[in-house]
Write a protein that binds this ligand. Structure first.
Ligand code: FPP
Length: 258
């Protein structure tokens, strides 16, 4: 398994365009409500925003896009909304998989799939297998995912394989067992819909990610909004706990180790 540098220990390479963008797509229900539509219409329109953002990321050269489609806590929503979301996932996966394949996008799904029905699990597997060899954007959908679940699950898996590590393991030992072990940590986190919180998304990986919050509701989020978020990111100085001078000295010399 690969071991990638951790932002708490080294200064990762920082590019002008974020290598990895993580998004909480919030505000679907409110978007629909404002238009006197049922909440679920907002989710339906949200798939179109997602398609536009995937396209934008491909065009900009973003390498990884990770979106929160369904949290471990979303099961508590009204039963008919949960049922609608499940059938929306099936339809979107069936419809979009071929497009993603044509566009050289690799789709992967993270989260605990055991609670999804057989049909949805099969659709997820089919879409992943169809796009597995693609070399363009890696598009990850988090479904029945929670950041704490991810860390707990990783610790359990690591200890099953290496029981002797119980009292000595390091970040680097754990990292390969986390859901996004093959991706660099997100450079930019976007949350739409006006709330300013992480909501149990990628808790481990967001340690030094730049956070961007917008009042725009997810169904209204488009390419121009994506460009705005990236422009904001480009004004940030990423210090990873150091001083400005240290970062300039370290990155100037190309020495990344802390
Ligand atoms: C949050 O808005 C949104 C969700 C819980 C679902 C997001 C899912 C999609 C956009 C579909 C994605 C499809 C695939 C295949 C990845 P909310 O309902 O919490 O909005 P509110 O805060 O206004 O109530």
């Amino acid at each position: 398994m690969t071991k990638l540098p951790s932002s708490t220990r080294t200064i990762p390479e920082v590019a002008k365009v974020p290598r990895h963008i993580a998004i909480i797509m919030d505000g679907n229900g409110r978007w629909a409500k404002q238009r006197f539509m049922p909440r679920v219409m907002g989710h339906q329109r949200g798939v179109e925003s997602l398609r536009e953002v995937v396209k934008g990321c491909r065009e900009l050269g973003v390498e990884y896009l990770t979106v929160f489609a369904f949290s471990s806590e979303n099961w508590r929503r009204p039963a008919d909304e949960v049922t609608f979301l499940m059938s929306l996932f099936v339809k979107a996966l069936e419809r979009e998989a071929r497009r993603l394949q044509r566009e050289n996008v690799r789709l992967q799904i993270i989260g605990d799939r055991s609670r999804f029905d057989d049909k949805l699990r099969q659709c997820m597997l089919d879409a992943e297998q169809l796009t597995a060899a693609n070399t363009g954007l890696t598009f990850t959908v988090a479904a029945n995912y929670g950041g704490r679940w991810d860390v707990m699950h990783a610790v359990q898996a690591m200890l099953r394989e290496h029981p002797a590590l119980a009292s000595t393991f390091t970040e680097e030992d754990l990292q390969p067992y986390l859901s996004m072990s093959d991706a660099p940590e997100p450079d930019l986190f976007i949350r739409t819909g006006g709330e300013q919180r992480i909501s149990n998304f990628m808790l481990w990986q967001l340690a030094y990610t730049e956070l961007y919050f917008t009042d725009t509701l997810w169904p209204a989020f488009n390419r121009a909004e994506l460009d705005k978020a990236i422009a904001s990111y480009q004004t940030r100085e990423r210090r990873f706990g150091r001083t400005s001078e240290q970062v300039q000295e370290i990155t100037g010399k190309g020495v990344a180790d802390a």
